[in-house]
Design a protein around this ligand. Structure first.
Ligand SMILES: *[C@@H]1O[C@H](CO)[C@@H](O)[C@H](O)[C@H]1NC(C)=O
Length: 159
């Protein structure tokens, strides 16, 4: 009986140009002229919608901690990345039922801010004597080369 459990860590990273923290973060937030430019500049930049006035003489775009201090809460734009399992039925045991579950989770909702990365775990277990197709979706940049090779190597014992 063949029994396999493969763990694949999905990893999405839109950019490696900026690291959180440091002077670079502040510099990249400050001076951004639109909400989109602000949220794209760095994952820790936040935007304040309040009109500039005597009461609010500050930049619209700054570090989230600064914006949290200066900006009325209702005007803060600071979306976070998230991974949420929409459907996550447990893997089937070996005695294969008529509708075996071989991959979990089955449906993920992923929200990603530019420059932020999220990891999630995908589990696979082959039910005995059941046909199998496995598809991966990944970007083919150099940073993913090792992951691609690992997945290709893992595919061999499955077939
Ligand atoms: C799916 O369920 C398993 C087992 O209940 C859990 O360990 C895992 O964290 C869940 N995955 C997600 C993305 O919520």
């Amino acid at each position: 009986m063949m029994r396999l459990i493969i763990l694949a860590a999905g990893l999405l990273a839109l950019s490696f140009f900026f690291q959180p923290g440091g002077a670079e973060t502040t510099a990249s937030c400050k001076g951004q002229q639109s909400c989109t430019a602000c949220l794209t500049a760095h994952s820790d930049c936040a935007w304040c919608k309040t009109e500039r006035s005597e009461g609010f003489p500050y930049d619209h775009c700054d570090l989230s901690a600064v914006i949290a201090r200066l900006c009325p809460p209702a005007d803060i734009v600071f979306p976070r990345s998230s991974v949420e399992a929409v459907k996550n039925t447990s893997l089937s045991e070996q005695q294969s039922p008529s509708q075996p579950v071989q991959v979990a989770p089955q449906h993920l909702r992923l929200k990603l801010r530019p420059h932020e990365r999220k990891e999630f775990e995908v589990k696979f277990r082959q039910v005995a004597d059941y046909p199998l197709d496995l598809y991966y979706l990944m970007d083919l940049t150099v940073s993913m080369r090792e992951d691609k090779e690992t997945l290709v190597a893992l595919g061999e014992p499955v077939t």
